[in-house]
Design a protein around this ligand. Sequence first.
Ligand SMILES: Nc1ncnc2c1ncn2[C@@H]1O[C@H](COP(=O)(O)OP(=O)(O)OP(=O)(O)O)[C@@H](O)[C@H]1O
Ligand SMILES: [Mg+2]
Length: 283
Amino acid sequence: MSAPGRSQALTPEPFKGEGSPVSAPGRSQALTPEPFKGEGFPVSAPADDTALVALEGLRKAYNLGRPNEAEVLHGLSLRIARGEFVALIGPSGSGKSTLLNVLGLLEPPTAGSYRLLGRETAGLDDTALTRLRGQALGFVFQFHHLLPAFSALENVTLPLLMRDGRVDAAAEARARELLAAMGLAAAAGKRPGELSGGMQQRVAIARAMVGAPPLVLADEPTGNLDRHSADEVFALMRRLHRERGTAFLVVTHDPGLAARCDRVVELVDGQIVGDRAQTQPGP
Ligand SMILES: Nc1ncnc2c1ncn2[C@@H]1O[C@H](COP(=O)(O)OP(=O)(O)OP(=O)(O)O)[C@@H](O)[C@H]1O
Ligand SMILES: [Mg+2]
């Protein structure tokens, strides 16, 4: 089931995985389901409580109880272990952003179980959800959503201000160190409007990382960037993963970037139709 008005734009093209250079489709072209044929499906951590993310039979419907009720995620089961680097791919309208919103505790599922850091999230109140979100998750979106009136450094420390009510010297030092790791030491005092698109997105990644979350959820983080900036931003995410052990779940329409992830989960019409590991060349 695709979004009305979007389905005509979908031109199926099989995702081949394993780094094969599937010609780069534009956003309007889709990656088609390819039934998973290999052994070991799904490629997930063993069933234990140490998984970072554990979904069982997760469903999400919009407009529940209204005539326009529509179920978008149809009973997903998925595990993500600590320190994984996972691509989430699939056609437009397949439910990728919806899944990220549910994983990000921004939207409640309508059924099923979602355990984050071993903790069942169903039934948590807003305060508990906010606390868990602040502890467990960082977010990067397609558009950087930086606040234009604040410096890069202030934008990076903002989640800490919201979480802890203040930014102490250690927190500021951590934000500066992250900006430096993003190649932006000299830009700490600059406002977003003074930075290029790629730089803005690198500030957004530093912001996602500032609370040292075990998982960063990134929804088309390079979708708005030119090829060169996209490569640079992606390489920085891989470096953060390698050096800090942060897990990433990255939605992408770019088969070239999906091929550079360690695992590719494919969503079609709200169902996981593929889940495969990929071997990456060394750093
Ligand atoms: N807030 C909402 N209310 C109602 N329906 C929604 C809402 N958000 C998304 N949907 C519908 O859910 C389906 C999945 O949308 P979603 O944005 O998750 O897809 P996507 O895979 O992220 O697509 P894209 O690649 O275009 O970003 C679509 O049919 C969409 O119209
Ligand atoms: Mg989306």
